[in-house]
Design a protein around this ligand. Structure first.
Ligand code: HEM
Length: 272
């Protein structure tokens, strides 16, 4: 890599030859396809990305970035949810007063709470529109049928996260919305009463239900969501990247080509 000024170049060299740098980035900067692949494979953060993508697959109008945006909302929800947890106690009547404190007493509390609420609405809408986009692109067909199933599970988990979060403010809206929801579960043939009992942790909506919804909302469902998202993203790679219509995938590949520069002179490290 060419440095701009001699001093900067020396400092950069020093940094790049340090043990710490070499332990993180093992393959230098030489611009060969092989070296670029090694850089991506050997770095935990970079390995999320494929080594090569087709330009058509990253065009905005191919996916409208809806999957990525769903992921961004999930991340925003995790961070804001974590902040909310510092102030919220899942107990009756504290839960309601904590929400009021977040709104009127805690610095930036109302901002964090509203960000969490709006991101939740946005996530439900984005995941749904992403699903519709995938459907109309025909991307649910083999070899992506397994990823479609993972996607359906992600949609269900997203809705469950929304539903369980709804009870937590412990206000009138929350109380009656969950009363309606659990009565709907009660209407299930044969096992309805048992499901309702399991959801509420008793026969009436009270503190038992609140703690159940809290644990499911803050621990169980986010864990399942992140696991499924990891499989989802891994699966996209294994299925050959984003689905491209047959007519287009027959066209010659237009990935950015990097000219091989002196591959023989490339530095080879021990683990290769
Ligand atoms: C938390 C929810 C979700 C996240 C974070 C997510 C993330 C992503 C991302 C980043 C992509 C690649 C880019 C794109 O297509 O936008 C993708 C593709 C895909 N997603 Fe999702 N997704 C989610 C939910 C769903 C749902 C609900 C379905 C369907 C039921 C689904 C099915 C698929 C399929 C089949 C692909 C491959 C599309 C193609 O090859 O064109 N995903 N997802």
């Amino acid at each position: 890599m060419k440095a701009k000024t001699p001093l900067f170049g020396k400092l950069l060299d020093l940094l790049m030859q340090s043990k710490a740098w070499r332990s993180l980035f093992r393959h230098g900067f030489s611009e060969t396809n092989r070296n670029r692949s090694l850089m991506v494979f050997s770095n935990f953060f970079l390995h999320i990305h494929p080594v090569k993508v087709r330009l058509r697959a990253i065009a905005f109008r191919r996916t409208y970035y809806l999957g990525g945006l769903s992921g961004v909302t999930a991340f925003v929800l995790t961070v804001t949810g974590l902040f909310l947890m510092f102030y919220y106690r899942p107990a009756v009547p504290q839960a309601y007063y904590d929400m009021k404190d977040l709104q009127f007493v805690v610095s930036a509390g109302v901002f964090i709470r509203n960000l969490h609420r709006w991101a939740a609405h946005a996530m439900v809408a984005l995941v749904f529109v992403h699903m519709v986009r995938v459907f109309f692109a025909g991307a649910y067909r083999p070899p992506r049928e397994f990823n479609w199933v993972i996607g359906v599970l992600l949609f269900v988990v997203t809705l469950l996260l929304s539903y369980t979060g709804y009870l937590l403010p412990w206000d009138q809206l929350a109380y009656w919305a969950v009363t309606v929801g659990t009565n709907m579960a009660d209407a299930t043939p044969f096992v309805g009463a048992q499901i309702k009992f399991l959801m509420l942790g008793g026969n009436t909506l009270g503190e038992n239900a609140l703690i159940r919804f809290y644990v499911i909302h803050c621990i169980l469902l986010p864990a399942v969501l992140y696991l499924l998202v990891a499989v989802h993203i891994w699966r996209i790679r294994k299925d050959g990247g984003i689905h491209l219509p047959k007519s287009e995938s027959k066209q010659p590949e237009v990935t950015v080509r990097i000219t091989e520069k002196k591959p023989a002179a490339e530095k080879v490290t021990e683990d290769e």
